[in-house]
Design a protein around this ligand. Structure first.
Ligand SMILES: NC(=O)C1=CN([C@@H]2O[C@H](COP(=O)(O)OP(=O)(O)OC[C@H]3O[C@@H](n4cnc5c(N)ncnc54)[C@H](OP(=O)(O)O)[C@@H]3O)[C@@H](O)[C@H]2O)C=CC1
Ligand SMILES: Nc1nc2c(ncn2[C@@H]2O[C@H](COP(=O)(O)O)[C@@H](O)[C@H]2O)c(=O)[nH]1
Length: 480
């Protein structure tokens, strides 16, 4: 990457723009978005280790689309192990349906609809699919009625060996939008919508050496971290994130060395990600202590109050640029963590040299995040998000401590305890957001003349802009 005009101060994503360069890449579909962080996932995107963001559904969906989700450090180890098992047991292409039985009430079935982006609940009897229920089927029906009275019985059945294009064509011919895939024994393998078929032709899943979906997990720096790391690796975690607010501290370095020893003994191929830092020194020290990838970002997160509380942090574009250069010198990479609100931010982080980009709050406002769907007074659906250093998260993390210790820890909050992440009516599912982001990033690459992410980081030409420069680029949804 090179600057068009030399910066005199540190820069946020909003402070910069990219100019087009002569390109030999003629189609956005020719761009290879494989991450350059050593994990080699087909998409350079990571769902953050936040309780309001990454659970089983987020992990499955991210991995099917080529990225990865990190299950947070605050989830009990046995629950994380169970989640890893479920994700690894799910189909790598077909979506996992929400299922009910014919005797389930309509009210319960409808309450399960928002658990998936595809808007259908599958009715299963004795292990066999017998019908579907959608919001439309339930219109005007008593919530206590059983779903058998309203379910649609015509199911489009496809084979797991059918190509995405064949499934798309079968659904179009049947004027339907929901296919179920059955194994040879008639067992349900998963479901696919028409849009899902289109996506299956574009995205490749992120798979482990045994061909199962990838999933990552996080540990903090307190408690018996090596024991938790051992259990997570034994359960099959594909990435281990060692995460704390101030990553450039002695305790982190000691913990990281211990986690590296556990990893080397049990699962030498599993990368360790550590953070957060925002300086070249912090990056180098965490790499020396055993990290393969450095998580970069102090204070850019949407749930973050660190900069207002402490004055500490660094504008994220400059932090990623400096840390990625330091990591690259040592043959390692960084994740740009936090502050992503538009596809352009992902593109700019990759231009600054990030190997992958971690997203939290934006993904919290999707069907696949763990929270319950709520509806605001104006009718807009939303999910609650909260920071991992908020009083709410600290209370949860210190549940085994004394009342005094919990109360004291609560005084040191550095995050928001409750925030509304509205579901975008146009993009309510995380796959919708991934479509939005990847189409933007593919396009950024072709503007730079890059066929892949190493070329993009090499060729990007970045300029610095004023706030009016940034404003000029915002679309107007009404006349001025
Ligand atoms: N990227 C970011 O900007 C930030 C991210 N977070 C996220 O919140 C989650 C919780 O992290 P964290 O608050 O570190 O909680 P942890 O539970 O991981 O505890 C942090 C440990 O580090 C010690 N510590 C020393 N200095 C600091 C400091 N300045 N800030 C915080 N802890 C410090 C704490 O001791 P003691 O309590 O005695 O001081 C404690 O032992 C993580 O997921 C983290 O990534 C949190 C804040 C900023
Ligand atoms: N200072 C704080 N930072 C936090 C907190 N919880 C999470 N985070 C960081 O934010 C990113 C995600 O950023 P986003 O803009 O995509 O939401 C996450 O990975 C953490 O590094 C917090 O309570 N305080």
């Amino acid at each position: 990457m090179r600057f068009l005009n030399q910066p005199q101060h540190d820069l946020t994503y909003n402070d910069v723009f990219m100019v087009p360069s002569r390109s030999q890449v003629t189609s956005r579909l020719d761009v290879d978005l494989t991450s350059t962080d050593g994990l080699g996932t087909p998409l350079p995107l990571v769902a953050a280790n936040m309780t309001a963001v990454s659970g089983r559904r987020m992990a499955e969906t991210m991995a099917r689309s080529g990225g990865v989700a990190i299950i947070p450090q605050d989830i009990p180890t046995d629950v994380v192990a169970e989640t890893i098992g479920k994700v690894k047991g799910s189909h790598t292409v077909f979506d996992t349906p929400v299922t009910v039985t014919p005797g389930t009430t309509v009210g319960e079935a409808i309450s399960l609809l928002p658990k998936r982006g595809h808007g259908v609940v599958l009715v299963v009897e004795d292990g066999l699919p017998v019908g579907t229920v959608t919001e439309a089927d339930a219109q005007g029906v008593d919530r206590f009625a059983q779903v058998r009275t309203i379910m649609g019985g015509e199911l489009v059945k496809v084979s797991p060996t059918d190509s995405p294009r064949e499934i798309f064509d079968q659904l179009s011919a049947a004027h339907d939008d929901y296919a179920i895939a059955l194994g040879d024994d008639g067992r349900l393998l998963g479901v696919m919508t028409r849009k899902g078929a289109l996506r299956a032709a574009i995205y490749a899943p992120a798979l482990d050496a045994d061909g199962r979906l990838k999933i990552g997990t996080a540990v903090g720096i307190n408690g018996d971290v090596p024991a938790r790391a051992e259990a997570l690796l034994a359960a099959g975690s594909d990435v281990l994130v060692v995460d704390t607010a101030h990553g450039h501290q002695d305790k982190m370095i000691n913990v990281l060395e211990a986690v590296r020893d556990v990893r080397d003994k049990l699962a030498p191929g599993v990368p360790i990600v550590a953070g957060n830092v925002v300086t070249a020194d912090g990056t180098r020290e965490l790499i020396d202590a055993g990290a393969d990838v450095i998580k970069v970002g102090v204070g850019p997160g949407a749930m973050c109050t660190t900069r207002m509380q402490t004055g500490v942090g660094r504008p994220q574009f400059s932090a990623v640029l400096e840390c990625s250069a330091a990591a690259r010198e040592l043959g390692k990479a960084v994740w740009a963590d936090g502050g992503v609100r538009h596809p352009r931010d992902v593109a700019l982080a990759l231009a600054a040299g990030a190997g992958s980009v971690m997203i939290g709050s934006w993904f919290a406002g999707t069907h696949e995040s763990p929270g319950n769907l709520m509806v605001a007074a104006d009718g807009r659906p939303y999910k609650e998000s909260f920071g991992m250093a908020s009083a709410r998260a600290v209370r949860n993390r210190t549940r085994d401590s004394s009342g005094f210790e919990r109360a004291r820890a609560g005084l040191f909050e550095e995050g928001i305890s409750s925030s509304r992440m509205y579901l975008d009516a146009e993009r309510p599912g995380v796959q919708d957001l991934l479509d939005f982001i990847t189409s933007g990033v593919r396009s950024s690459c072709t503007y730079a003349g890059a066929a892949n992410l190493p070329e993009f980081a090499e060729r990007a030409v970045i300029g610095i802009q004023s706030t009016s420069g940034y404003d000029e680029g915002r679309p107007l949804h009404a006349s001025w």
